[in-house]
Design a protein around this ligand. Structure first.
Ligand SMILES: [Cu+2]
Length: 544
């Protein structure tokens, strides 16, 4: 028994809290989409244990080695209500994955012919430095924490603190007080340890958080079959069945980035852990779907052949009325909630259309996701005409306006792989990049000097977007993105384009948090900034 097997077994059998003894079986193509296991709050509290544990997970016909939440791919669904206290006991039982021990990255390869440099010592010094700071891949890839994406909760301990570093075998008790005005919809949890976020989410470490509320009481909605669908993006080396160690050099084709050292690899996009499942609906039946793009980089341009979608919410916030969408684009981290009504009996493709994210290698290819199977007795489900009153931007003057510039460098001048910058700087966890005052409204103009579309996520407070400039001609995916009343927590920048967002920093949540690109390899390579939210009246500095 090797160390990895031993640790995985130990984790599966001996850990505290809720650990399932084996991962849920992932079924072959054409199996009916499963519902995720769910836990719900009772009497205003959801108290739950999440173990990040390394286990073999069957995906399609393959056996992968993944880090998981409680052995599940994706993690279990957490169901709460506004005003609830969500308590998560997180235990780190991960082991390193994808570290090439037989073929180490070429840290020491340069200048080895040059007698002026004793590269052995330089390399050793570099390694010892990194070890001391916990920055070797062996260390960083197993450090972790958790982020409740979209919940408007405190970023201070024991809340949504993404600066926390949980080392192997460490445990942390989170406690989030969900505000009473948290919009009802789909949110999610995932690891957020810089710079290991992409590596961990390429293993499928993500799970849905469902906030129930007013929209669930709309009679037509309440009658519908509800599905929560998590689309993971797994990046897996062909030989090892593990997520490779990445050099973060963007490349063309199905696989988004080059690994280091380069190994043959592929991407998997399971829905609730299943490859190309069947999703069954009756002719005329309306179902309510909540869909999360939990992948670190690929945008999902969602189409359902022969059907339109009636969208009822974006990024957790419901609409006032359903809006007809022929297709919906989900950038990394985006959620869409919509009603779909079964058409004529038959089998229809559910797929991501090929999409150009501004990547130098060209569009991401067409991607089959699932099959909509319309069969059974014809019914005629009622459709809602109005939903709920959405949150309103407070009628306050704009307290401050800022401009943030996003840029990238893939020339290698600033280091191996790519470097991603905000206002010309790499992320520095000791620097405060933006300081704001709780209880005020601000406008931020986000400028893209890069050819990539960067989906920008701001923690805690959602925002509305207007004046989107330089949408690529012929790119018809921008629909909700053109509607200034829609609330987002993650919004993509057009290539070399810009937009302005308006946000209200809620008065009851203060502290230090972050904003970043949600292409997570970009975040890990420094496209992130620190955001300090001062209490009302305590604002001391900032740009205007
Ligand atoms: Cu980016």
């Amino acid at each position: 028994m090797n160390r990895r097997t031993f640790l995985a077994l130990m984790a599966a059998t001996g850990a505290a809290g809720v650990v399932r003894s084996a991962s849920a079986p992932v079924q072959a193509r054409g199996e009916e989409l499963r519902d995720l296991p769910e836990v719900s709050s009772e009497n205003g509290v959801l108290d739950y244990a999440l173990n990040m544990v390394t286990l073999p997970v069957p995906v399609g016909e393959r056996q992968l080695t993944l880090n998981t939440f409680n052995g599940q791919l994706p993690g279990p669904a957490l169901r709460v209500r506004p005003g609830d206290n969500l308590r998560l006991l997180l235990t780190n039982l991960m082991v390193p994955i994808g570290i090439p021990t037989n073929n180490l990255p070429p840290y020491c390869a340069s200048n080895s012919h040059d007698a002026r440099y004793d590269t052995r010592w330089a390399c050793l010094n570099d390694l010892l430095n990194k070890l001391g700071r916990g920055q070797t891949p062996l260390q960083a890839f197993v450090y972790t924490n958790i982020h409740t994406h979209g919940l408007q909760v405190s970023p201070k301990d024991p809340g949504d603190n993404v600066f926390l570093r949980l080392e192997p075998l460490a445990q942390h008790q989170y406690s989030y007080n969900i505000p009473t005005d948290q919009p009802a919809g789909l949110y999610w949890y995932h690891p957020h340890y810089h710079p290991s976020t992409a590596h961990q989410i390429w293993q499928g470490l993500a799970g849905p958080i469902i906030v129930e509320g007013d929209i669930d009481a709309v009679p037509e909605i309440a009658e519908m079959r509800e599905r929560t669908i998590v689309i993971n993006e797994l990046w897996i080396a062909d030989d090892s069945g593990e997520t490779p160690y990445t050099a973060l050099m963007p490349i063309a084709g199905d696989v988004s980035f080059a690994s280091l050292p380069a190994v043959p690899s592929g991407m998997y996009f399971p829905l609730n852990g299943q490859l190309i499942p069947d999703i069954t609906i009756q002719p005329g039946e309306a179902q309510r779907w909540r869909v999360l793009n939990a992948g670190p980089d690929r945008f999902i341009w969602l189409h359902v052949e022969g059907h339109t979608m009636q969208q009822i919410g974006t990024d957790g916030t419901p609409y006032y009325t359903p809006r007809t969408r022929p297709h919906i684009l989900l950038a990394s981290a985006n959620r869409a909630e919509f009603i779909i009504k079964g058409g004529e009996p038959g089998r229809y493709r559910i797929y991501a259309e090929a999409y150009d994210q501004g990547h130098p290698g060209g569009p991401r290819p067409y991607l089959p996701l699932a099959t909509l199977v319309v069969r059974g007795k014809r019914v005629n489900s009622r459709m809602p005409s109005t939903l709920v009153e959405p949150p309103r931007m407070p009628n306050l003057p704009v307290a401050r306006r800022r401009t943030l510039v996003f840029s990238g460098d893939i020339t290698g001048r600033t280091g191996l792989g790519m470097q991603m910058l905000i206002d010309g700087q790499e992320y520095d966890h000791g620097r405060i990049d933006q300081e704001v005052e709780a209880g005020t409204v601000e406008e931020w103009t986000m400028v893209n000097e890069d050819i990539f579309q960067h989906p920008i996520h701001i923690h805690v407070n959602p925002f509305q977007v207007f004046d989107v400039q330089r949408i690529p001609p012929g790119d018809t995916s921008w629909l909700a993105e053109r509607e200034p009343d829609v609330w987002w927590d993650t919004f993509r920048l057009p290539p070399l384009g810009r937009y302005t967002l308006r946000t209200y920093f809620r008065p009851d949540v203060t502290g230090l948090t972050v904003f970043h690109c949600h292409i997570l390899p970009h975040e890990d390579r420094a496209m992130m900034g620190n955001l300090l939210i001062d209490p009302p009246g305590a604002y001391t500095r900032g740009e205007s």
